[in-house]
Write a protein that binds this ligand. Sequence first.
Ligand SMILES: [Zn+2]
Length: 77
Amino acid sequence: MPEKKPCGICRRWFKPDPRAGKRQRVCSAAACQSERPRRNAAAWREQNAQQPRNLAHIHAASRTLAAHERHRPLPRS
Ligand SMILES: [Zn+2]
């Protein structure tokens, strides 16, 4: 017998689908179902902002910088 729990979006109590198991946090209302992926994306962006994982971009930028450095004429002393 699945326990009722509050929807993560509209806060209404709902009975989770036994097939969805404990992962279900959003009720079956169409508004909540369409809101869920947007919230997930927002949470993902927030996480990514806190711990940047797009190091490939940073590495690419530093490589470009290094390439520019090489092309710069060496100072004669
Ligand atoms: Zn809901």
